[in-house]
Design a protein around this ligand. Structure first.
Ligand SMILES: Cc1cc2nc3c(=O)[nH]c(=O)nc-3n(C[C@H](O)[C@H](O)[C@H](O)COP(=O)(O)O)c2cc1C
Length: 194
């Protein structure tokens, strides 16, 4: 499985990057997984600048930064989006990046890892409403993280105290990644048959 972990915040000092690094390290422990961190901060995309909706434009020529982003997504079998919660939703930069997508995530699983005062619950719920628009399949399991600054260091290492808690985020992440693998295998088989 080629898994991309998408960093859904681009602001300086973002906590999302710490969590994304932890997701990458955790996924790397799974057998037969190729993991890549995909950072939206590396893609300087303008607000969607196309006259025709991407999915309905057979002659589409996206701007060069968007093309880089789309070509990157096309390489993956599955995704984890790590999302912050801003004003009871996910980030605007993530919405813009999703709006550029035409078919690169279609029929592929997307797992959600959120953080915030309520574990990013509203960001995750909103993404579950949005991702069907690009025909991505959201993984039922998700990971909700509270007190992220207390439990992750800058490099995304989870504190020993959190690791010792059986209800800590590592338990939820394991379930989320295992489920992502299951859907990735199932959907890859189905895509190959189609
Ligand atoms: C504009 C803005 C709005 C926010 N709104 C919420 C919110 O509605 N719910 C919440 O739990 N946290 C909220 N927060 C706190 C963020 O969850 C927290 O700052 C987190 O670190 C953001 O992720 P980031 O550092 O990776 O950007 C907000 C932060 C910002 C900057």
């Amino acid at each position: 499985m080629k898994l991309q972990v998408i960093v859904g915040s681009t602001r300086p000092g973002r906590i999302t990057l710490r969590i994304a690094k932890w997701v990458v390290a955790s996924a790397e422990e799974m057998p037969d997984v190729e993991v890549e961190l995909v950072d939206l901060a590396d893609y300087n995309m303008p607000f969607l600048d196309e006259a025709i909706s991407p999915r309905y434009n057979p002659n589409r020529t996206p701007n060069p930064e968007a093309k880089r982003w789309l070509d990157k997504l096309a390489q993956a079998d599955a995704f984890v989006i790590v999302t912050p919660e801003y004003n009871r939703s996910y980030s605007a930069v993530l919405k813009n990046a999703i709006d550029y997508v035409d078919f690169q995530m279609e029929r592929k699983p997307v797992a959600l890892v959120g953080h915030g005062a309520t574990g990013g619950a509203q960001a995750i719920a909103h993404l579950r409403g949005v991702l069907p628009g690009i025909h991505a399949a959201t993984v039922p399991a998700a990971t909700f993280i509270m007190r992220a600054t207390d439990i992750f260091d800058e490099e995304g290492h989870l504190s020993e105290e959190a690791k010792a808690n059986p209800y800590g985020p590592h338990t939820a992440l394991k379930q989320t990644l295992d489920s992502t693998r299951w859907y990735s295998d199932a959907l890859a088989t189905a895509r190959a048959k189609a």
